[in-house]
Design a binder for this molecule. Structure first.
Ligand code: TRP
Length: 350
């Protein structure tokens, strides 16, 4: 088995939306089509349980994410598509890497630091208001922070190093984790020999970042998303909700600052975009634009939506696809973990 040329994971805590598709899913599906490239895509369900302690949500999301990738055209013969939890070598590698990772490195991880900063802010608020009851527990900067959150970059390093991935497409917020992966791999290589390839983060600056219903970045945490596979009625309703300014029909409008236009642009051809720009100058009414955007998206999503609904109803098919992916991935991970075990001195004593 070849090393991974491209590898990325999707945390299974939410329902895929237009922003996920344009920013991550579509570029990944495109790059999986390149000839002679081995791409690994996986459902990061061990990552999901760090942030989300609702079992139904995790399970539903795994199903929705898997169905979305297939419905949107991922060719699972060309790429390796699997569930992280189907690869037992990943948690094993996580532990081995944990034993060479400096705690100080983890102290600097953004996710952990943000959680500490939140606690600090809360302590300040309570210290002002409530100093008589100021107790030790409340004073703890690590309050409610799990070891899962703290060690999360090591799990991510294991995901990547397990398949010696060279390129890792990620959002900007994840760049630090790739740097930490390089650090951890370098430390291991220095101690035990050159076993791991040092990965590189690939941040796609060309793909659009979509705004959501309220004009802020489309994100589950803002609750402003447009899920990819709503029914046509629900899709129309959501598009009608998108915030616009109060310019009247016939007043010229600026496409550059318009959420509707940005969504249209993410799907339309260059000629269509030009034509729409012109109609903005001519003062297209918001109601008209919303209706047209709905019709345009609905047409594009019609077929994938049918596939998606069919897959959601027959999760057994998805399971088969994911299991096949896992067994392809394990052709790499099983012999490789054996090599890593030997490198650290864990081998048969007989
Ligand atoms: N942590 C990543 C995110 O939140 C998801 C992820 C998990 C990942 N493991 C990975 C991405 C390995 C790239 C490579 O977006």
């Amino acid at each position: 088995m070849k090393n991974a040329d491209i590898l990325t994971g999707i945390t299974t805590t939410g329902t895929p939306h237009l922003g996920n598709y344009v920013g991550a899913i579509r570029p990944a599906i495109e790059s999986s089509k390149e000839e002679n490239k081995t791409s690994y895509y996986f459902l990061a369900d061990y990552h999901a349980i760090i942030k989300c302690q609702e079992p139904e949500r995790i399970q539903k999301s795994a199903l929705e994410v898997a169905a979305t990738w297939i419905a949107m055209g991922l060719d699972t013969n060309k790429s390796i598509f699997y569930r992280q939890t189907d690869i037992p070598e990943i948690p094993e590698l996580t532990w081995i890497l944990t034993c060479v990772t400096a705690k100080g490195l983890m102290n600097r991880a953004h996710a952990y630091k943000a959680a500490v900063a939140d606690n600090e802010a809360n302590i300040k608020i309570h210290a002002d208001k409530d100093y008589l009851n100021f107790d030790k527990e409340r004073n703890d900067l690590d309050r409610d922070i799990t070891m899962g959150l703290f060690c999360y970059p090591i799990l991510m390093a294991a995901d990547i190093l397990m398949f010696n991935a060279r390129k890792v497409p990620v959002g900007k917020d994840q760049i630090q984790h790739i740097e930490m992966t390089r650090d951890i791999a370098g430390r291991f290589n220095k101690l035990y020999g050159e076993h791991f390839v040092l990965p590189e983060a690939v941040v796609d600056e060309t793909s659009a970042v979509l705004s959501g219903l309220d004009g802020r970045k489309m994100s589950k945490s803002y609750n402003n998303t447009i899920p990819l596979f709503e029914s046509d009625k629900a899709l129309r309703k959501l598009i009608m909700k998108i915030t616009t300014n109060s310019l009247a029909p016939e007043e010229p409008k600026d496409p550059k600052t318009c959420t509707l236009f940005a969504i249209y642009k993410a799907f339309a051809t260059q000629d269509e975009v030009k034509a729409m720009e012109k109609r903005y100058m001519e003062g297209i009414a918001w109601g008209t634009m919303k209706q047209e955007l709905f019709e345009y998206l609905n047409e594009i999503l019609r077929e994938p939506r049918e596939t998606y609904n069919r897959l959601i109803k027959a999760p057994g098919d998805l399971n088969t696809i994911l299991r096949q992916g896992a067994s392809k991935a394990r052709e790499y991970s099983v012999p490789f973990i054996e090599k890593i075990r030997k490198a650290v001195g864990i081998k048969s004593i007989g």
